[in-house]
Design a protein around this ligand. Structure first.
Ligand SMILES: [Zn+2]
Ligand SMILES: [Zn+2]
Length: 399
């Protein structure tokens, strides 16, 4: 005899037309009013009002311009964090959309407007069915993702402590995937983002008398080449790493040997062991390459975000839920990228899943482009997968 079908949780029922319209309205309002990292004041006010209108109270400020609300009976210690980021970029929007940015030089060019709208839609649905939550759900609206500082600021303000969060979910709209495709990949998904500066010093002189000077430009050229051998010769090819020199500055005239050259760049990696090794390796290679030309190299190295690792069990559950969610046509379990994401700091402390919701397809513009635009049909897909994952977390013990 077949087992009786379980009644689906009201949390996971398809969004109504009214819910989708509200979700789209929220997204368009937020899209028109982008603010930069750590300056999300109007955004904070807008989201606070939306949460108060839904019925949440209190709405707590956290991490500066972030917001948190909590929901549930709290009758078990289980506590699930749902997170959306809030900030926009210093990009001048060129989409020509009727709800395009009203602020010149500022644009929601990464989709964080959509992330906030999706989390509001999820919060609204869950508020109406709070009795389904046998524990606590924490809704976190996080500032300053683009500069890698918001998640840490909220964690330092106690985001994961009151009550103690045991799992976390987050999503990113992704134009690199067509609408309908969801990507939930176990393990490392997004890279550690590091920034470095190498100052190559020589001794300035006459361009016609190189033997009386030490040319830091030739030395810097050697350093640029040598840094590429970190990826090709010094690290395991199965442990990905990218080294990019993004800027070179040195010299003042065609016939003068410069005194110094400054290189700036970024290093990306996945594994913790490699991330630990990289600052020393970069320094060693830069010094040696410069020394071969009689110059010196001094490096400074800082980490913006650590790599984002998805918990395999949670992620497989989310993938399974996505596969049976209406509007989802395919679930990918392979997509990893060397871009960074500061939800990594949350997933470093509690297991969880950060998944991608396709909103692009053919002709889609990349994130951070002034012509970036999402297919709004992806918004309810993202909300639906999130709601399904929350329902499963509380009804199946899915973790
Ligand atoms: Zn971005
Ligand atoms: Zn983003």
């Amino acid at each position: 005899m077949a087992a009786a079908a379980r009644t689906p949780s009201p949390l996971a029922l398809p969004l109504s037309l009214g819910e989708v319209e509200q979700l789209t309205r929220w997204r368009r309002d937020l899209h028109a009013a982008p603010e930069l990292s750590l300056h999300e004041h109007d955004t904070q006010d807008y989201v606070r009002k939306a949460l108060l209108d839904i019925g949440f109270s209190p709405v707590e400020s956290l991490g500066g311009t972030g917001l948190v609300v909590r929901l549930g009976r709290g009758d078990t210690p289980r506590c699930l964090l749902l997170r959306a980021d809030m900030d926009a970029l210093p990009v001048h929007e060129l989409t020509g959309l009727p709800f395009a940015s009203r602020t010149p030089g500022r644009m929601h060019a990464c989709g964080h407007d959509g992330h906030m709208a999706i989390l509001l839609a999820v919060a609204r649905r869950m508020f109406a069915h709070a009795q389904e939550i046998s524990g606590t759900v924490v809704f976190a609206f996080q500032p300053a993702e683009e500069i890698g500082r918001g998640a840490l600021a909220m964690i330092e303000d106690g985001l994961l402590e009151r009550p103690k969060v045991d799992h976390a979910l987050g999503l990113h709209l992704w134009t690199g995937l067509p609408t309908g495709v969801v990507s939930a990949v176990p393990g490392p998904v997004m890279a550690a983002v590091d920034e470095f500066t190498v100052t190559v010093r020589g001794r300035g002189g006459h361009g016609a008398l190189p033997h009386t000077a030490i040319d830091p430009i030739v030395a810097a050229a050697a350093v640029v080449q040598a840094l590429q051998t970190i990826a090709s010769r010094r690290t395991d090819p199965l442990d990905p790493v990218v080294v990019t020199v993004g800027s070179i500055h040195g010299g003042t005239a065609f016939n003068v040997v410069a005194d110094e050259v400054v290189l700036r760049g970024t290093v990306r990696s996945f594994s913790k062991a490699l991330a630990q090794r990289l600052p020393g390796l970069l320094d060693e290679v830069a010094r040696a390459a410069a020394a071969a030309h009689g110059a010196t190299a001094e490096t400074s190295y800082s980490r913006h975000t650590i790599a984002l690792h998805n918990d395999p069990t949670t992620t497989r559950r989310v993938a399974g839920i996505a596969a049976s969610t209406s509007g989802v046509t395919a679930v990918d379990d392979q997509m990893r990228m060397m871009a960074g994401e500061d939800m990594a700091y949350i997933l470093d402390r509690v297991p969880g899943c950060f998944f991608f919701v396709g909103c692009g397809g053919e002709g889609a513009e990349p994130h951070h482009s002034p012509r970036f635009r999402i297919d709004e049909a992806a918004l309810p897909v993202g909300a639906q997968v999130m709601l399904g994952a929350v329902a499963a977390y509380f009804t199946d013990g899915a973790r």
